[in-house]
Design a protein around this ligand. Sequence first.
Ligand code: PRX
Length: 651
Amino acid sequence: MSDNTGGSIDNVMQESRLFPPSDAFLEGCKINSMEAYQQLYDQAAADPVKFWGDLAREELHWFEDFDTTLEWNEPYAEWFVGGKTNVSYNCLDRNLEANGDKTAIIWEGEPGDIRTFTYKELHSEVSRLANAFKKAGVEAGDVVSIYMPMVPELAFAMLACARIGAVHSVIFAGFSAESIADRNNDASAKVQLTADGGFRRGKILALKEIVDEALEKSPTVETCIVLNRTGSDVSMKDGRDIWWHELLESVDDNCPAEPLDSESPLFILYTSGSTGKPKGIKHTAAGYNLYAKKTFEWVFDIRDDDIYWCTADCGWITGHSYIVYGPLSAGATCVMFEGAPNYPAEDRFWDLVEKHKITILYTAPTAIRAFIKWGDEHVEKHDLSSLRLLGTVGEGINPEAWMWYHEKIGGERCPIVDTWWQTETGGIMMSPLPGAVPTKPGSCTKPLPGILPAILDETGEAVGENQGGMLVMTHPWPGMLRGIWGDDQRYKEQYWSKFPGSYLAGDNARCDEDGYYWIMGRIDDVINVSGHRLSTIEVESALVSHPQVAEAAAVGRKDDIKGQAVAVFVTLVDAEASDDMKQELKLHVRKEIGALAQPDDIRFTNALPKTRSGKIMRRLLRDIAEGKEAVGDTTTLEDYSVLAQLRANDE
Ligand code: PRX
């Protein structure tokens, strides 16, 4: 093992399994060999600007052609300058001729109600809503705040904003009134969209009540448009609130898409930084649209008869790029689901896959770990033979969870695309192209065409093969964020100041001897034991490879001798939480990756503190491991009772 010079990170994970795509998968695959991928990648890397410029002309509709592909005044990028396009046009109008009668959205509500929309119907719904927005006074450049359940109207609203040049800010419908008000004020939102309620595990979430409280503190919001989803009684404030269906009365569905500048803002999406207030990540029309579309087509090898399901919520970037904008601009059929994976029972996802004959499933490692814990019987009840491709996003997937997904869900025939990207990147940056790049469990494999990653040490030097360091991008790409809403300084500092010329992703990674990338966790989460820098993901993966471990989180805590000690939090499948089990797990990690990574403290817990999008909040765990009160922003915590439980179990 190396010492800690230059800030590189030790690689202790050994994973050598390799899974090439099957012949059956390859049939009909567009990019179907490593050579084909490499050729495309090399061509793009030789001249990324030309590559993206050519693609933009082929893939998007232009009311007016652009004259400059990229204007790059670091850290500000403008793509396709001088062009005029419209994202809603690219998703809808452009599909009418060839795909007008094709199903665009199959939606299933939590109670089991199903609605489907063809591209023609979607075009009409979105056009009517766009006219209704105009009637309500929404103009190009206005910010529309959206706090809604996962109903089709949420997607209509995003597309209707895009159609008239309004900027949407979708806020996941689990956030508090305080969080909504903060976001509304930061963005100076003018209109609020919500519903009378949303279904969640058989209960009704009182969304309108939460919005009422938020709007008390959101002085810029003039109008609130309320969808009738649950039929709950809600109070409507005179002069401010209006029912969605009433607003739609007597508007027609003729609403031509507005020709908009390539760089006109499309949306703001707030993401919580590890500390401080949420950042409003800004994305703009043309570059984002092109990037969402092409990455969707490449990574999911999309075919005309695919039924594609991304289980994310539109409140996250995954929902923006891979439920709405990517799939629709590619003319795909997507499933959209309102409910939870375990309601009314733990087989709900598999029930959907069987019922809708889903061919591509894109979900999160946190869900996969929950399915493992709930037991295989829920999966085995269903016929999942329609599936041909699986994907993951949001966190690293531990190799053992990958293997379970591969065997139990994919029947060993479906490639798994482990997609690495961020709210900031707009779309997938690194992922296997499933017909071209053999997969390794736990690796997001290779960069997509047009993406140029590097891994640097503290001094900005590239680290060697299999050495961990900081992941950066050395060239702009069309899907990149255009800034943090109203905070240029933070944008510059956070992403562009550490290594001039390179975008700092904030993650650590290593690249192996085959050019495969392995994400090692957030930069701030590295554990430094006796001068050896360990990646959280590697320690966690070693724990999860024990048959009794469902989920694990590793953090560093202060240690007088070693600098930091390894503290881990473990959820067991069904074994008893005992001292013997602790001992067994310590030895297991020692055997898997070495004495250095052997946990010093092990705490068993029924659940880990997670953000509302399912990411483990290691910052809170660090506080608990150090015996401190949790400090900082906890508004993104999904379940507050978890913290109390963890404290009660404290060593
Ligand atoms: O740390 C990485 C992790 O999630 C971060 C981005 O989070 P967010 O902006 O919420 O976007 C999530 C959906 C794209 C990254 O910096 N992450 C995301 N995907 C992966 C991942 N870590 C490892 N492997 C992945 N596939």
